[in-house]
Design a protein around this ligand. Structure first.
Ligand code: ATP
Ligand code: MG
Length: 409
């Protein structure tokens, strides 16, 4: 396992040989405990960051001072980053920026962490320290705040979204009533979060095996009403039903895709203009915004493979966009022709129009804008024919058009 690799050992040993204590903390401990694949490896130590840096350099391990002020140094061994952070305690907080001081008290460091299952630490031998019953909570799927839920949310409202994210990935059974009540009362403070942080949490939440129960809780706690700077985001039971059907389909046709899931959730509630507005407000990347609103523009409406309208849409969306549309179509409508669309997209791939300006010059057409127009004419014909004509057929078509010297439309 990851904690026994020579690289990990070297990093841990260099800290303990330097007179410090080093333990794994956060998500990697939780996931190791549950036998899940780990994300990143976080290490906490009582040594100050300058000392950590010095020890790593002496041991010949590459290190980057990623956040010296916050006590973080990143060691890199065999391309694997280890984020090493000096134990901290909160001094004061205004709900957005925690002011921290270094400490050598492991319990103080654990107390600042959000959930009991995230407050575990583990030494190099695999021995876990658990101050808040986090081992049992992890195993039974209880997402519980360290300390008072309301207070912890007042310190940092991002924890509200983290709560639902962790519930989606690790929750079992009914959620903690105290936590839900606290989330409900603190949801009004969500607008102060930077949209980029909302985006990260939302996409991580949507990547869970089944995010629907958590989304349902969020919806009834009023989270979505507060989330978007572009106005309330609405979805209802219908959206959740659609999402459940999409998830069932993904199990057959793979893969789980957060953006597609998000679009599915809002399929009934948003038109193209809304989608663009919300996608931007949620700080989706440009590519994500494009995909999200492309899906919600509901392309292929009533078009099936074989229609010339269909080929025109397909030329624009390509196979990925067609499969997105078909997966959503299958989730929200009667199956109809959507399986044909997926089969078509899988067989066809990306259509490539290979005719070039050279081909026109070879035919002796005078260079200039007329060439572009002729090529576009041939391309439209080729799309209309379902991308079937090959290069020589397209050259032949171009020759015909040129010799006929037909007027351009
Ligand atoms: P992932 O698998 O998504 O990386 P993670 O638990 O490692 O899950 P991170 O966001 O990487 O989550 O944070 C690492 C650890 O830092 C958490 O396990 C938690 O202990 C602590 N932490 C992160 N964000 C907060 C926060 N907003 N408030 C309190 N503790 C936090
Ligand atoms: Mg992590």
């Amino acid at each position: 396992p990851w904690m026994a690799t020579p690289e990990t050992r070297a990093v841990m040993d260099c800290l303990s040989n330097g007179g410090g204590e080093a333990r794994f903390v956060g998500g990697c401990v939780r996931d190791a405990l549950l036998g899940r694949a780990i994300g990143d490896i976080d290490i906490a130590t009582n040594l100050p960051p300058e000392k950590v840096q010095q020890l790593l350099e002496l041991a010949g391990i590459r290190c980057v001072p990623t956040g010296l002020k916050h006590g973080t140094v990143t060691a890199i061994a065999s391309h694997i980053p280890y984020e090493i952070t000096t134990l901290r305690r909160d001094v004061e907080t205004d709900g957005r920026h925690a002011v921290v001081a270094f400490t050598d008290d492991w319990k103080e460091d654990a107390s600042r962490r959000d959930f009991t299952m995230n407050a575990l630490s583990m030494d190099g031998e695999g021995l876990i320290t658990d101050f808040f019953n986090g081992v049992e909570d992890a195993k039974t799927g209880h997402i519980r705040f360290v300390g008072n839920a309301k207070t912890r949310l007042e310190e940092d409202v991002l924890r509200l979204l983290r709560y639902f994210r962790f519930y989606a990935h690790y929750g079992k059974g009914a959620p903690d009533a105290e936590a839900i009540a606290a989330c409900q009362s603190m949801a009004v403070h969500l607008p102060r979060l930077a949209a980029e942080r909302v985006r990260v949490e939302l996409l991580k939440l949507l990547a869970a095996d089944d995010p629907a129960p958590s989304l349902r809780l969020m919806y009834s706690a009023g989270v979505f009403e507060m989330l978007s700077a572009a106005g309330a985001i609405h979805f209802d039971e219908t959206g959740l039903d659609h999402l459940n059907r999409l998830i069932a389909l993904e199990k057959e046709r793979g893969p789980a895709d957060p953006i597609r899931r998000l679009a599915c959730l809002f399929y009934d509630a948003m038109d193209f203009a809304d989608a663009k507005k919300h996608a931007r407000a949620l700080r989706l990347s440009n590519a994500e915004q494009h995909r999200f609103s492309e899906i919600l523009s509901k392309p292929f409406n009533g078009q099936q493979p074989g229609d010339s309208d269909f080929f025109l849409t397909y030329f624009r969306t390509g196979p990925e966009g067609a499969i997105d549309a078909a997966m959503i179509g299958l989730a929200v409508e009667a199956p109809g022709h959507w399986h044909d669309v997926i089969d078509y997209a899988e067989q066809t791939g990306l259509p490539r129009f290979e005719l070039r300006g050279r081909d026109a010059q070879d035919l002796g057409l005078p260079p200039g804008p007329a060439i572009g127009a002729r090529l576009a004419q041939v391309r439209d014909w080729w799309i209309h024919e379902g991308f079937r004509p090959d290069l020589s057929a397209c050259q032949e078509k171009l020759r015909q058009l040129a010799t006929d010297n037909r007027e351009l439309p």
